[in-house]
Design a protein around this ligand. Structure first.
Ligand SMILES: *[C@@H]1O[C@H](CO)[C@@H](O)[C@H](O)[C@H]1NC(C)=O
Ligand SMILES: *[C@@H]1O[C@H](CO)[C@@H](O)[C@H](O)[C@H]1NC(C)=O
Ligand SMILES: *[C@@H]1O[C@H](CO)[C@@H](O)[C@H](O)[C@H]1NC(C)=O
Length: 128
């Protein structure tokens, strides 16, 4: 996988992976991490949306500094959690494949966004 950085005002702000592979029946983690620059700032809200291969965008989960975590109605409900900004998907299914958009609202920097493509493979090959 390739590591990407979003650059803004010569500071690295978001660290994420552009592609991640998950395996059916296994767990997968999609990283998205805000990196504090020189100036003080706070992440007020972070969220993940799912963009299906046919272009349907669905809000999966939100973490708000004041209101905490909320999981929305989606095919991933019951199988997702957030730890800081990263998204954990449990018991991966083939239909989980697609693009996942991590959006971070930061005060005073504004909104930062990254996209991670999740590929799903049927079976983890344990025979080398
Ligand atoms: C997936 O994560 C859950 C808890 O988060 C754990 O109980 C389970 O064993 C994990 N499954 C695999 C296949 O690692
Ligand atoms: C970030 O949050 C802390 C604690 O709530 C606060 O003291 C600080 O002023 C905030 N910084 C900005 C830039 O809002
Ligand atoms: C997007 O999802 C909604 C709700 O799940 C569904 O009704 C709609 O047909 C989908 N649109 C496309 C283009 O797949």
């Amino acid at each position: 996988s390739t590591s990407h950085f979003m650059l803004c005002s010569f500071q690295i702000l978001l660290k994420f992976l552009s592609q991640v592979t998950g395996y059916v029946g296994h767990n997968v983690t999609l990283p998205c991490r805000f990196i504090q620059g020189k100036e003080s700032s706070n992440v007020t809200q972070s969220q993940w949306d799912f963009l299906s291969p046919d272009g349907n965008k669905t809000l999966i989960m939100v973490f708000n500094k004041q209101h905490g975590k909320s999981v929305l109605e989606s095919h991933l409900k019951g199988r997702v959690d957030m730890d800081d900004q990263l998204l954990q998907i449990k018991n991966v299914e083939l239909s989980d494949a697609g693009s996942y958009i991590c959006t971070i609202n930061n005060f005073p920097l504004g909104t930062l966004e990254s996209t991670t493509k999740l590929h799903v493979q049927g079976e983890k090959n344990i025979n080398l």
